[in-house]
Design a protein around this ligand. Structure first.
Ligand code: UDP
Length: 326
């Protein structure tokens, strides 16, 4: 039985990856410090003999007994509210965390796949964004802690490949959505759906002309799985190129939820990228991958998930569990 370690395994993407690797017959070890992850996302896996959970911070030395074939580094806060509240943890997990993962991979002779992000392109001046674009990032802005951590993580991963001949893969993840997103993480989709469910107006930032392109989580997981199993070591964009303005997106959520609330405009956050859309030529050619789930379908599933949550979840503010603030 192949063995995989998934850091951030109790998070939104990490937990879906745990499900996928269990389905593929792997022994799965999930690691999470539960600052933003939630055991609810993986509690259905605890009864399985081929699933283990380590409550541990990957920024500190990691030890995993036994062999490991793959390590997927998905631990990281990943929403603008998180970066503002826990900037130092965000930097540490992208730097010390990846260093620990790469060190462990060397000892175990494991292949490493790291979760990078479209944020490495910053507020892009090239549209859509191909992997060759180097980006337009403000290192000292509010997003800098995330963007630079992820850029460092890519550099570190390539250095281990070059100098230690480690097998590495880099996925650049564009906006992704689906069940198990945190309702209060501040991202636009849970924000809008949460507001609709609470009967509040939908808070559009700026005039809503900025664009994003949203990928359903199952499509993303398929792309990541194919990349891991491929022999391609350069970064690959995985995302859905179906671009939409945030205003149009808000209108879609109003229609989907049937709310009689409206879109209101709040100030645009600092360095909010004006446009974003993946160029997925490489994923298509190298992995034979493209997204299959249309936004209308994915949004319906996600809305049903948020509706099914206990009512009090709807009114919880973003709160991070107790953690070491250093
Ligand atoms: N946004 C918005 N209202 C919200 C939250 C976000 O209009 O309540 C906008 C945000 O300004 C950005 C887009 O939606 O332009 C996507 O934001 P998100 O935080 O989901 O992800 P990002 O792609 O910016 O990292």
């Amino acid at each position: 039985m192949k063995r995989v370690l998934i850091t951030g395994g109790a998070g939104f993407l990490g937990s879906h990856l745990c499900d996928r690797f269990i389905k593929e017959g792997f022994h799965v070890i999930a690691m999470d410090n539960l600052i933003t992850g939630d055991l609810k996302n993986i509690e259905h896996l605890f009864k399985l003999p081929n699933f283990e959970f380590y409550h541990h911070d990957v920024s500190k030395f990691i030890h995993v007994p036994g062999e490991l074939d793959y390590i997927l580094h998905f631990a990281s806060p990943a929403s603008p509210i998180d970066y503002l509240k826990i900037p130092i943890q965000t930097l540490k997990v992208g730097s010390l965390g990846i260093h620990n993962c790469l060190g462990l991979a060397r000892v175990k002779n494991a292949r490493v796949l790291i979760a990078s992000t479209s944020e490495v392109y910053g507020d892009p001046t090239v549209h859509p964004q191909p992997e060759e674009y180097w980006g337009n990032v403000n290192p000292v802005g509010p997003r800098g802690v995330y963007d630079e951590a992820k850029r460092f993580q890519e550099a570190m991963t390539m250095a281990y490949r070059t100098y230690h001949n480690l097998e590495t893969r880099i996925v650049r993840i564009f906006n992704t959505y689906g069940p198990r997103m945190r309702l209060n993480d501040g991202r636009v989709l849970p924000a809008f759906i949460g507001q609709a469910l609470r009967g509040e107006d939908l808070t559009m930032f700026g005039d809503g002309s900025q664009t994003r392109a949203f990928c359903y989580v199952d499509d993303l997981v398929e792309g990541i799985y194919r990349l891991l199993m491929s022999d391609y070591a350069q970064p690959v964009n995985i995302g859905n190129p179906d671009e939409i303005t945030i205003k149009e997106f808000g209108e879609e959520i109003i229609k989907l939820t049937g709310t009689d609330q409206k879109l209101i405009s709040l100030p645009l956050p600092t360095d909010d990228p004006k446009q974003r859309k993946p160029d997925i030529t490489k994923a298509k050619e190298i992995l034979g991958w493209e997204p299959k789930v249309a936004r209308a379908e994915g949004l319906k599933i996600t809305y049903e998930y948020f509706k099914s949550l206990p009512k009090d979840e709807l009114f919880k503010m973003a709160n991070h569990r107790e953690f070491d603030k250093k």
